[in-house]
Design a protein around this ligand. Sequence first.
Ligand code: ZN
Length: 131
Amino acid sequence: MMFFLRKLGYDKDIIEEIKKIAQKLDIKTGWFNAIGALKDLEYGFYDQEKKQYKKFLFKNPCEIVSCTGNISLVNNEIFVHAHIAFSDEQGILRGGHLFKGRIFACEVVILPSIDILKREFDEKTGLKLWK
Ligand code: ZN
């Protein structure tokens, strides 16, 4: 099994950094896991009735307890889907779908897949899912 280990850039966005690595390594589909710390982040909860995200901003430093997700294609462009569990300075855990996260320090492992998966709009959920 092949995988890549990378350090992500200070002050950069975690999603953009993973996307850049995938583009550079030509990974069109894969899985990743990251740990580290963020300066702030934007995360969300998908309201299944309204079919839209409720967004939250966390404007304090936090630990990335676990950030996991995948890489696939949307309109032939690399798309990063990530979820995060993070803890605040009291050790209280929060989490959800990750939109943005400003990096303090972050280490990622990326596992490329031999399959190439594409996302398409799904009527039932309102999400772009793997077809
Ligand atoms: Zn999600």
